[in-house]
Design a protein around this ligand. Sequence first.
Ligand code: MRU
Length: 344
Amino acid sequence: MLSIKFKNNRLFYLDQTELPVKEVWRECKAASDGYIAIKQLRVRGAPLIGVFAGYVIFIAAKSFPCQRKLFLKHFFATIQHIRSSRPTAVNLFWALERIEKAVSQCFSGDGRYIRQIILKEAINIHHEDINLCAHMARYGVSLIKNGDNILTHCNTGFLATSGVGTALAVIYKAHKQRKHIHVYVDETRPLLQGARLTAWELVKKRVPCTLICDNMAASLMWRGLIDKVFVGADRIAANGDAANKIGTYNVAVIAYYHRIPFYVVAPFSTFDLTLSSGSRIPIEQRSGEELLRLFSKTAIAPRNVAVYNPAFDVTPASLISAIVSDKGIVHPPYKQNIQKLLRK
Ligand code: MRU
């Protein structure tokens, strides 16, 4: 299962807005295609956005003038453009900064040469992401017992990364180890990443799962049907507060009330130690159309009603039982332990 393909210097992506109805692969031929793909969530999920963005810069650079100064002018403008596509997932900025750093360490050479530097770094980011996913799965699986019923929110699998995933990677690993698990999938309003993407992945991978509406989770917990919650993150602040898909905070609150462990799974590239707490994480506000119509089609609310549509919320560290990263499992107190872990 792949979310993007980079072949013969061409970049292709699986258009996630078409799932689960159709598997449509599109080619990203220019920076504008890459920008639209990220903005419209055709390519989504924090780690995947970062990996994809690296390749988008390479694709865009194919049409930059070769003269060094002009090349660099176009390069920095394109970095800025792609940076502005979505604000919350820090992996996007992290990947673009890596590409920028690689280029700024290249003191000579024309555009053709710098383009190869960009490509090398984009490929490094891609290969690293695949490995990070495998490491998170390896650490996180120790938290899953035979017979566990697990709740998850949004999509954190193959479609959200260029590897096996973050939270779903842990679940896949447990399933592979023949642990008998059952996954409850929050549909994840408003764009249904749970129903359209996570359920699609789990069914394909034959992992036992049940789809529920977001507002059913508390009732399942009350009935004793959920043992653990596993979610991903788009940005984790230095104190362990974690931004993730809107509705994650609700799940964390009800899990806490029912004394159910709530785990966040994210690679080091999702941590933002420049932010002291989650209140500083920029939250993407999306178009009200996403609530007014189902997939830009059927109206489900009066056209003129006011709409509030933040794409993410922040779960306070106090509600998080542990954070699984590619370097190990972090327990509270997060402020000290995150620093220690990331220095490893
Ligand atoms: O708006 P999306 O679909 O990009 O949001 C994605 C999520 O919130 C995921 O849970 C998050 O990126 C972690 S996934 C690896």
